[in-house]
Design a protein around this ligand. Sequence first.
Ligand code: PBG
Length: 324
Amino acid sequence: MYPLRRNRRLRSSETIRSLVRETIISPNDFLVPLFIVEGKGIKEEIPSMPNYYRYSLDLLASEVKELWAMGLKSVLLFVKVPENLKDNTGKEALNSKGLMQRAIQTVKNAVPEMLVMTDVALDPYSSYGHDGIVKDGKISNDDTNIILAEMSLSHAKAGADFVAPSDMMDGRIFEIRTLLEEEGFHDTGIMSYSAKYASAFYGPFRDALDSAPGFGDKKTYQMDPANREEAIKETLMDVEEGADIVMVKPGLCYLDIVREVRNAVDVPVAVYQVSGEYAMLKAAAEKGWVDHDAVMMEQITAIKRAGAHIIASYFAKDVVRLIS
Ligand code: PBG
């Protein structure tokens, strides 16, 4: 009771504030998404993601060395697949000499201890820009699962530590886990995009990989942003099917979901602060309308406070530069 309890005593200096601070951001929190292209000597900026780049394999090697030196020890790989290799079967996704497979090896050769996670979904390989195989104008769930499991196996063989299915087909975690076990990849983990919403915040990412859907949208597989209880159902099912890490995506608009998922599961929870979230802050800061670094730290802190153990973020390097 006032004046016995004055909450401002605990806020009166930075020293006391830092002593009682509940949420601390460190380089260990981050998973760094990386975009990879064919070619040599390429580091090209993604127009809708200022200061974020696509790398060819030679420059990927130097980038991951830099990340490691900064204390950023986990990466999430995405590839931009040449147009002529896209089809409706995803066969290029299984190519043991494909861009993803070579990228995994490149990272492991450059920094053997770097934790490598790979995006598992067909959209960058699909002539339709969808995350699954298209049959009669629909995304065929079970046909897609077969290829997602084979794709995961191919990434595991190339040296991936974790595969990260981002497609939202039913039952894919079970299919992937089963095949990895059958083939002896007991230690290859699965980070499932468990509660992935059909979000308008993925726009810049689809520019980065040239992977926008050619017809329709992704609402028959990704979740309706209006739903909360469904996120728990999806997440619990993925844990039952064998997910080692679950994910909520996007970040900021879904922090209520992050907290509920965190309370509902006993596995680590990842949150993906997606491309549109990155682009919005960069654009507002460029105009001088908000303080970039302060807003960035507030957003990252909010994601962790909401319950994230792991944050996939395009701001990872910016944050680490700021806090170190
Ligand atoms: C592909 C995938 C997407 C993202 C991650 N994996 C795009 C999509 O589902 O359309 C989005 C990431 C971002 O926007 O930063 N399945």
